[in-house]
Design a protein around this ligand. Structure first.
Ligand code: PHE
Length: 442
């Protein structure tokens, strides 16, 4: 929708919150959070993570929402309208990050769809490691699944805010919760599940090193979809009567809850069968299918798990495409149809080198394949830098405007305003600068 016509808005507050939660809850929650928690000291890490989510994550999320709602524009246009100067570069970095992240996110999204089907067609009987290896090296098939996943993503963005993003998130997010709860009940009632719960949650404070803090903050940023204008873009469809701090808090809460609960599926299941938990893609696409293969009714559990992962990936993917599409719609005056299909297709093309890299058909760069390099560039460089500048922008350069925005022109109380302001000014920038520097060495 162009500026001349009325900008579309979310139908309801709950629809808005579910859309933001849909963006936040993604692969990061389900395959990364449980794993790094296990690695960095269980409950002790969860504690640090929760503190960082609510101190730094909440701060930057509210800052983004305020920028978006105030400007009623995409990430680039928002900075241009509010301050101009060099600030739109921050939005540009965000649009670029969205483009890059979705390119490989779409590939993994395609894997999740393929694995729903595979759960019924022999994956349970096969050696999951071999099955994964032969799947990802079958380039045309992987690209076909990636195309299918991108097609669904593009279709939802093409349908718009209310009839697209909101409508689907209202169905998909509650379904995700139900599936997650069913899987938790299954996992924790397996004989021997206790060892997994102990591994996941027994606090080990000796593992809380500086690296653990960096990992927690980096994870919080990626998981909450911060630093790339996602919450600016979604915030631009929020009406002026809505209150923002409560929404930011609810999104942080839902995202953290899903991440925490995902660990209660994965570790009890893995330990009940005496299997070593792997990491990332390996944990999800190899270890877990092995575990499901050993369970009675494994096909169903496996399919349910990959449906969960698919839904989580899809609602994040649509937010990534919306950041890019909104830019072309507002700034280039493209129609929504053109923005969704053309940019979705370009992003699909950029995903193909990731497919080839995982299949071993492209050389690696500093030990990273194309997908890992793209992830490194976006997650370790663009997102933290974006978050840093967003916090500084609100804290120092747009202070009064942001205050008006988060308090709806002084009409709604925001008790911790001063704390939030100083978190934007000092605490968040220092913390982000720290992860940025440690993240580069990684
Ligand atoms: N938050 C998503 C996840 O946890 C990823 C994401 C990052 C989505 C940035 C949008 C923007 O997987």
């Amino acid at each position: 929708m162009s500026n001349e016509t009325q900008r579309e808005q979310w139908g309801t507050r709950w629809g808005y919150i579910l859309a933001c939660a849909g963006s936040a809850v993604g692969l990061g929650n389900i395959w990364r959070f449980p794993y790094i928690t296990g690695l960095h000291g269980g409950a002790a890490f969860v504690l640090i993570y929760v503190i960082l989510v609510f101190v730094i994550g909440f701060t930057v999320m509210l800052a983004e929402m305020a920028i978006g709602r105030n400007s009623q524009l995409n990430a680039v246009g928002a900075f241009r309208k509010i301050k101009g100067g060099a600030w739109p570069i921050v939005g540009w970095m965000g649009v670029t990050a969205g483009f890059i992240i979705l390119s490989y996110y779409g590939v993994i999204g395609g894997w999740t769809m393929a694995y729903v089907l595979k759960s019924f067609t022999g994956l349970m009987q096969a050696d999951a490691g071999e099955a994964f290896g032969s799947f990802v090296t079958n380039v045309p098939i992987v690209i076909a699944w990636q195309a299918f996943f991108m097609f669904v993503t593009i279709y939802i963005i093409y349908k718009g805010i209310g009839e697209g993003i909101e409508k689907y998130c209202r169905i998909l997010m509650p379904s995700l919760f139900v599936v997650l709860l069913i899987l938790i009940v299954r996992a924790v009632t397996l004989p021997g599940a206790g060892a997994g719960i102990a591994y996941y949650l027994k606090p080990d404070f000796s593992k809380l090193t500086g690296g653990a803090f960096g990992a927690a903050l980096g994870q919080a940023f990626f998981s909450l979809s911060l630093g790339m204008g996602c919450m600016i873009t979604y915030g631009s469809y929020v009406g002026k009567k809505e209150t923002l701090p409560g929404a930011a808090f609810q999104v942080c809460f839902l995202d953290t809850a899903v991440a925490f609960l995902a660990g209660l599926v994965i570790f009890p299941a893995v330990f009940a069968f005496g299997i070593e938990p792997g990491a990332g893609a390996g944990l999800t696409f190899i270890t877990l299918p092995n575990v499901f293969g050993k369970m009675p009714g494994g096909m169903i559990w496996s399919a349910l798990f990959f449906v969960l992962l698919f839904v989580a990936a899809l609602t994040s993917a649509i937010s990534l495409l919306e950041v890019v599409a909104a830019y072309f719609i507002d700034e280039m005056k493209w129609s929504r149809t053109k923005a969704a299909w053309v940019m979705g297709f370009c992003i699909f093309l950029l995903g193909i080198p990731s497919v080839l890299g995982v299949a071993g058909k492209l050389p690696t760069l500093a030990g990273r394949d194309f997908l890992d390099s793209a992830d490194f560039l976006a997650s370790n460089i663009l997102l933290p830098l974006g978050g840093l500048f967003i916090a500084l922008f609100v804290g120092w350069f747009w202070t009064e405007g942001a205050k008006q925005e988060v308090t709806n022109d002084g009409t709604v109380p925001f008790g911790i305003y001063t704390l939030w302001l100083w978190a934007c000014r000092v605490v968040a920038p220092i913390a982000i600068a720290y992860i940025f520097i440690t993240g580069l060495k990684w």
